[in-house]
Ligand binder design. Structure first.
Ligand code: NAP
Length: 325
């Protein structure tokens, strides 16, 4: 079942999905890391279509970034973005669906707290979406997003929830050729859309696919993650904490000894390590407006104290511990 149910992000289409049996044991992806000025290092993965490397821990903006720029929540987001950049984070995922989020990301970029623009030399890798019907409406919306994000070029433009997807993919192919965007993506948030995502990966020119995957929501392991690997499509994982439900479920429970010994300090970290363990995952994008939670999430994706990247055997233990709690 999609643990987030129908709360949270406004809806696209389709039913929720079911978990499935234990995954096979693929080898963990090669470990390379992004250094930062505090000595920690984030695991990196390559975008298959270009070879460009990205840190495996990104930042979602749904909810957490939909705030007034004159609020204390915005002040906390300044700290979030500063920490994210300092620790080597790059991928920030937004959408015109997320209220003020694009404008808030743009304001934080303009304030210079994240070290650069949305281009090959800037540090933030800006991902947003188009979420409307019609080619003209899509173009107008994407141009508005660029203004709101204060970006002359968007790193990744995704078709949100597959809304009018063929129409927008035609536009995005033209925009990519013109250099207005660097990568093309498609997104959804539940298993009812996985067959459509896979078909598009196999028939259109798609650099990134974004979908839901977490320790209690494993349908993606059946076909979609292997299909992404097969087609050379980068994977962004949304709702990796089940919109926070995974963390709430585990509240008050001690971490297993094997997890503490491996250097993990929270259930959120274990939930993120579960996702990162899959070698087809390029970047996981938990949302947070809380600097302490971001630090927690960054640590989950770091090879601190010589800790190896999580592998399939580790992921199985995490899934079992969460599922049986
Ligand atoms: N169709 C689509 O394209 C689509 C659909 C869904 C999501 N997305 C993208 O994916 C992103 C992530 O999904 P999501 O935001 O729905 O859900 P999520 O990342 O699974 O969960 C976010 C929730 O987890 C909490 N959280 C984060 N880190 C935590 C930690 N270390 N400890 C405890 N709680 C923590 C956050 O609260 P705090 O703020 O208090 O930390 C927030 O309530 C979205 O923001 C969006 O960018 C895209």
């Amino acid at each position: 079942m999609g643990r987030g149910g129908l709360r949270g992000e406004p809806l696209g289409q389709g039913p929720e999905q079911a978990p499935h049996p234990d995954q096979p044991e693929p080898p963990a992806g090669p470990v390379s890391t992004t250094g930062s000025d505090d000595g920690s290092a984030l695991i990196e993965r390559a975008i298959p279509s270009s070879g460009e490397r990205l840190p495996v821990l990104g930042l979602g903006t749904f909810g957490a970034f939909d705030v007034s720029q004159r609020s204390s929540a915005f002040d906390a987001l300044e700290d979030v973005i500063e920490l994210f950049d300092r620790r080597g984070g790059r991928v920030v995922d937004s959408s015109p669906m997320y209220g003020e989020a694009e404008s808030v990301v743009g304001a934080l970029r303009a304030a210079g707290r994240q070290g650069g623009g949305a281009d090959a030399t800037g540090r933030m890798f800006v991902a947003t979406k188009v979420w409307t019907q019609g080619a003209r409406e899509g173009i107008a919306q994407m141009e508005r997003s660029m203004q709101r994000l204060r970006a002359a070029r968007i790193d990744l433009m995704q078709v949100h929830n597959l809304v009018d997807v063929d129409t927008h993919l035609d536009t995005l192919e033209a925009w990519k050729a013109e250099g207005r965007i660097r990568y093309i993506g498609i997104t959804h948030y539940h298993g009812g859309a996985f067959a459509a995502l896979e078909k598009l990966m196999r028939t259109r020119s798609i650099d990134f696919v974004q979908f839901n995957y977490h320790a209690l929501d494993r349908e993606a392991e059946q076909r979609l993650l292997p299909a992404a690997a097969d087609t050379g499509t980068a994977v962004l994982v949304n709702r990796p904490l089940g919109q926070g439900e995974l963390v709430r479920r585990m509240r008050g429970r001690d971490l297993p000894t094997w997890a503490s010994k491996a250097g993990y300090r929270s259930w959120a970290q274990l939930a993120l390590a579960f996702v990162i363990a899959h070698p087809a995952v390029t970047c996981v994008i938990p949302a947070t407006g809380d600097p302490a939670h971001l630090a927690d999430n960054l640590d989950a994706a770091s090879t601190t104290a010589g800790r190896p990247a999580p592998d399939a055997a580790f992921a199985r233990r995490v899934a079992q511990a969460i599922a049986t709690a």
